[in-house]
Design a protein around this ligand. Structure first.
Ligand code: ACO
Length: 429
C-alpha cells in the first residue's frame, strides 16, 4: 500500500491517487479510479508514461543502462550462466539447484520434437517465404496440435505449454531455415546442449555431420541469453494483451512473434546489418550519419536508439565483445562490417545530434555481425530473436495468468472523428 498520494486539480476540484512503490525504480501513480472519480481518461500514445502491469521478472534502468533478470545483472548472467539456466530463472523466479537444473533440462530436451504432421504444414509455404512468416504461422498452429496444453485455467497445462514452447521453438525456427534453403529437416538431438542442438538442426545435412564449434555454440547461447526478456516491450505487451482475453498460449506467442517482426523492434537486427552492408566502407559513414540527422530523409541509423535505454544498452557491450571473439576465432577479425560498425559507433557517439538525444547502439547493432559470421542469412536474424525471447514471453504470460489483478486489456481513446450525423442516401451525396 501507499503512504504518499498524488493530487490532481481540475478546475476547482482536487482528486487524490495513491502513489505505489516497486522494489526499485520509479514510483507509479495508481490511476485506476481516475475515470470513476473524474470522468476523464489519460492520454499516453506509445505508453511512454504508463505502467500497464506490475511484474517481478525483469528490471531495466534506462538512464543507468542496467538490465536485470529476477535481480541478477545481465553481465553476470552472460558471463557465468547459460541460456537454459536463465530460462529456469525467468520461468520460476530463482536459480535452480543441481537437481532442479537436471530435471528442467530433461523436461526441455524431451519435448524438442515437433508433431510429425507439422512437417506437412511447412510444405504449404512458399520456399521464399520470410522465416518470421513461417514461425508466426507454425507457432499459432501449435494450438491445433497440442490440445492438451491449451486450457489456461489448469496450472499443469500452463506448465506443459511453457516447456513445449521453450523446447520446440529452436526446432520450429531451424525447420523454417531448412525449408527456405531446400534442405531436409534435421531432427533434434537430445545429447546436445540447447544452442548446439539449434546450430546442428540448422547446419547439418544428411550427407555430412555438423561438428559444433564450442566458441560458436557459446556465442549462440549468449545471443539467446541477452535477448531472453526485456520487460514490457512491444512484443511482450502484445503477448500480455492477447493473453488477457484468455486466448491459448500458442496464439499469444504467435501474436508476440508478429509484433517482434517490425523493424522498429526485433526486425532491427536484420535492418542494422543491411544498413552496414549498404554503407560498405568507413568513408561513406558521414553520408549516412547526415541522412540519419535529416528528418525529411525518413532514414534512421538502425541498431541505434531505444525507448528505455538513454545510455549504452548493457547487452550491446557484451555483444560487441562477443562479435570480436567470434570473428577472431573464425579468422575474420578484419571483417569490413565490424570495421564499419566500430567506426560508425565512434562517429555517432561523438556527434552532438546523437549525444543530445541519448542515442546509443542497442543490442541489435552487433548481434547481426555475429549471426552472419556464424552463417545465418539476414532473414533468419529476427527469427533467432523470436526463439530467444519465447521464454520471456511465456514467463510474462504465466505471471499474468496467475495474477488475480489481471483484467482484459482494453485501452480507451481520445475520439477525434465526426460527431453524430444523419445518414444521407447515395443519390444525395
Ligand atoms: N537514428 C536517427 N535518429 C533517431 C534514431 C535513429 N536510430 N532513433 C531516434 N532518433 C531521433 C528521433 O528522430 C527523435 O528526434 P527528435 O527529438 O529531433 O524528433 C529522437 O531521436 C527520439 O526518437 P523517438 O522516435 O521519439 O524515440 P522512441 O523511443 O519512440 O523510439 C526506437 C525508439 C523505435 C528504438 C528508435 O530509436 C528507432 O527507430 N531506432 C532504430 C530501430 C532500432 O534499432 N530498433 C531496435 C530497438 S531495440 C529492440 O527492439 C531489441
Amino acid at each position: 500500500m501507499s503512504d504518499t498520494v498524488a493530487k490532481l486539480t481540475i478546475g476547482d476540484k482536487t482528486y487524490e491517487f495513491p502513489v505505489l512503490s516497486g522494489t526499485v525504480g520509479p514510483q507509479v501513480i495508481d490511476i485506476r479510479s481516475l475515470y470513476a472519480q473524474t470522468g476523464m481518461f489519460t492520454y499516453d500514445p506509445g505508453f511512454t508514461s504508463t505502467a500497464a502491469t506490475d511484474s517481478s521478472i525483469t528490471y531495466i534502468d534506462g538512464d543507468k543502462g542496467e538490465l536485470m533478470y529476477r535481480g541478477y545483472p545481465i553481465a553476470q548472467l552472460a558471463e557465468k550462466s547459460n541460456y537454459l539456466e536463465v530460462c529456469y530463472l525467468l520461468l520460476y523466479g530463482e536459480l535452480p539447484d543441481t537437481a532442479q537444473m537436471a530435471d528442467f533440462t530433461e523436461r526441455v530436451t524431451r519435448h524438442t520434437m515437433l508433431h510429425e504432421q507439422m512437417h506437412l504444414f511447412y510444405r504449404g509455404f512458399r520456399r521464399d517465404a520470410h522465416p518470421m512468416a513461417i514461425v508466426c504461422g507454425v507457432v499459432g498452429a501449435m494450438a491445433a496440435f497440442y490440445h492438451d496444453s491449451t486450457d489456461i485455467n489448469d496450472p499443469m497445462q500452463r506448465e506443459i505449454a511453457s516447456i513445449r514452447m521453450v523446447a520446440k521453438i529452436p526446432t520450429i525456427v531451424a525447420m523454417a531455415y531448412k525449408y527456405s534453403v531446400g534442405q531436409p529437416f534435421v531432427y533434434p538431438r537430445n545429447d546436445l546442449d540447447y544452442a548446439s542442438n539449434f546450430l546442428r538442426m540448422c547446419f547439418s545435412v544428411p550427407a555430412e555431420e555438423y561438428v559444433v564449434n564450442p566458441v560458436v555454440a557459446r556465442a549462440m547461447d549468449l545471443i539467446f541469453t541477452l535477448h531472453a526478456d526485456h520487460e514490457q516491450n512491444a512484443s511482450t505487451s502484445t503477448v500480455r494483451l492477447a493473453g488477457s482475453s484468455d486466448a491459448n498460449p500458442f496464439a499469444c506467442i504467435a501474436a508476440g512473434v508478429a509484433c517482434l517482426w517490425g523493424p522498429a523492434h526485433g526486425g532491427a537486427n536484420e535492418a542494422a546489418l543491411n544498413m552496414l552492408k549498404q554503407i560498405g566502407t568507413p568513408d561513406r559513414i558521414p553520408e549516412f550519419v547526415a541522412k540519419a540527422k535529416d528528418k525529411n530523409s525518413g532514414f534512421r541509423l538502425m541498431g541505434f536508439g531505444h525507448r528505455v535505454y538513454k545510455n549504452y544498452d548493457p547487452r550491446a557491450t557484451v555483444m560487441q565483445q562477443t562479435a570480436k571473439e567470434v570473428l577472431g576465432m573464425l579468422g575474420v577479425e578484419n571483417n569490413p562490417l565490424l570495421q564499419v560498425a566500430q567506426e560508425l559507433e565512434h562517429i555517432a557517439l561523438t556527434d552532438p545530434y546523437f549525444i543530445d538525444r541519448k542515442l546509443y547502439p542497442n543490442v541489435d547493432f552487433y548481434s547481426g555481425i555475429i549471426l552472419e559470421a556464424i552463417g545465418f542469412p539476414t532473414s533468419m536474424f529476427t527469427a533467432i530473436f523470436a526463439l530467444s525471447r519465447t521464454v520471456g514471453w511465456i514467463s510474462q504470460w504465466k505471471e499474468m495468468i496467475a495474477d488475480p489483478q489481471t483484467k482484459i486489456g482494453r485501452p480507451r481513446q481520445l475520439y477525434q472523428g465526426s460527431v453524430e450525423r444523419a445518414y444521407v442516401g447515395i443519390d444525395k451525396r
